[in-house]
Design a protein around this ligand. Structure first.
Ligand code: MLT
Ligand code: ZN
Length: 465
């Protein structure tokens, strides 16, 4: 889309759908709403609009089809793959004024939300009903339900509770053609053919807008405990996981490296969980009722020599401060413009895959800081390459992009995914074929053509133009 002299015309067209105060074009608004947590893509939308109703979203989409506008859906802008970045004069559609919880049915345990409801607000609402929305991540105070659906967000409790997809009982969407579809309507059972709801989950806004969601809630969890363990060898991490899982059910099993811990300690001015540094750390969460079993498992892993030291929470406050060591990683490395890898393999393939990755890192990134962490209990590894001071962002990204094929070849060899939970967006788009076959990509394109025939939705994301 061409910018410059076009903008007044676009704004005039947008005023046929929105009152002037909900069409914004100031440089500050464009810079804020035109991007996400990535810092490497140009930000250049032509306008930002703030719909309040489904009808407005549908009217805007129809207008976009008629007038040749392109639309970028925008939630909490916490994405890490550039999925909500507008670089080419697109109109950004922010859902922050569609942030209401519309209803709850205790018999169904289903809550109906507008797309702009913040994850933490949904969690708090669930708690008020004596229930729980268990999908959780460090960005839950900012991320929105619509964005979570668009990327099928995972997070820190996946080994027990699954991903966003597992909690979505229904969706209302506006397709790229401007049609409003009610998908599955909160039903538990519905054997009537293709479940289009699941097409929109993880579609990164390329097929249409998620405008409302029926979200399932579950029982409030019992009190929990957290343990942090120090390990010297990466290879032992899955042995530790298996030792605990043979004795109790875990609700989280996260890992991070000493480098990652050091960044958080410095950034948040915290103290070490225990005195002796280790090369790697595992963070485990489990029900307080399983504490004895957890202590027995701790004795096992200590005796096996896999773990050197550990600490367990005795209160919710201590649990929160242990979690802060893991949840603070993303913000503590943000200033170093990390090149993010969000890789997944089956849990059974993790040990062999970690060996491959270890070798590749030593070979290709010998002098750079590489920050390892992730949700290793579900096979998801976050490998963050930190930009050396003095190197431009452009040069750094070009270098990392050049090395990525080596890493993604290892992912392909193990039957894994180049994006476990962050989405493909702009960052991983050129590498999609390492995880999806040519035939699959052709079908994805054909599906897009049906739902977004004129290509107005989130252009250039997920699938190359
Ligand atoms: C996390 O696991 O903390 C999130 O996926 C964010 C990140 O990878 O930076
Ligand atoms: Zn993650």
């Amino acid at each position: 889309m061409r910018l410059g002299r076009q903008v007044p015309r676009i704004v005039e067209q947008l005023h046929t759908v929105f009152p002037a105060k909900r069409v914004k074009t100031t440089p500050q608004v464009l810079a804020t709403w035109g991007g996400d947590w990535t810092r490497s893509f140009p930000i250049a939308p032509s306008a930002v609009v703030f719909p309040e109703t489904i009808q407005e979203v549908a009217a805007l989409t129809k207008l976009a089809n008629e007038a040749g506008l392109q639309l970028v859906p925008s939630g909490g802008r916490t994405g890490l793959s550039g999925g909500a970045v507008a670089s080419h004069g697109e109109v950004v559609v922010s859902f922050e004024r569609m942030n209401r919880i519309l209803g709850f049915d205790a018999a169904d345990r289903v809550v109906r939300c507008q797309a702009g409801v913040v994850t933490q607000a949904l969690q708090a609402y669930a708690a008020e009903q004596g229930l729980c929305y268990p999908v959780d991540f460090a960005s839950s105070g900012t991320s929105q339900i619509g964005g979570n659906v668009a990327t099928n967000a995972g997070g820190i409790k996946v080994i027990r509770y699954g991903l966003t997809r597992d909690w979505i009982a229904g969706l209302t969407v506006v397709t790229g053609a401007g049609d409003v579809l009610e998908l599955n309507r909160g039903l538990v059972k519905n054997a009537t053919g293709y479940d289009l709801r699941h097409l929109f989950i993880g579609a990164e806004g390329t097929l249409g807008f998620v405008v409302e969601a029926d979200v399932r809630l579950t029982e409030a969890p019992p009190p929990s405990r957290v343990m942090v363990l120090g390990l010297d060898r990466f290879a032992d991490i899955l042995k530790v996981l298996a030792a605990f899982q043979s004795r109790l059910t875990l609700s989280a099993f996260e890992f991070f490296s000493e480098l990652a811990l050091g960044k958080v300690l410095a950034h948040r001015q915290l103290t070490r969980p225990f005195e002796k540094p280790a090369a790697f750390y595992a963070l485990l969460e489990f029900d307080a009722a399983a504490e004895e079993a957890a202590l027995a498992a701790f004795e096992d892993v200590l005796a096996a020599g896999w773990v050197g030291d550990g600490v367990a929470s005795r209160s919710d406050a201590q649990a929160a401060s242990l979690w802060a060591l893991r949840e603070g990683i993303t913000e503590s490395i943000a200033a170093e413009t990390p090149y993010k890898n969000d890789l997944a393999v089956r849990v059974s393939a993790v040990p062999a895959f970690l060996d491959d990755v270890d070798q590749l890192v030593a070979e290709h990134y010998p002098d750079w800081q590489v920050c390892w962490f992730g949700h290793i209990g579900d096979g998801n590894l976050h490998l963050n390459i930190l930009k050396p001071a003095g190197l431009s962002v452009d040069a750094f990204y070009r270098r990392c992009h050049g090395i990525s094929p080596n890493l993604f070849e290892a992912v392909r060899k193990r039957g894994g995914s180049i994006s476990a939970e962050h989405g493909v967006g702009l960052l991983k788009r050129d590498f999609l074929s390492y995880t999806r076959s040519g035939a699959e990509i052709d079908i994805m394109r054909a599906v897009k053509k049906v739902l977004d025939p004129n290509g107005v939705m989130n252009p250039g994301k997920l699938l190359a133009d």
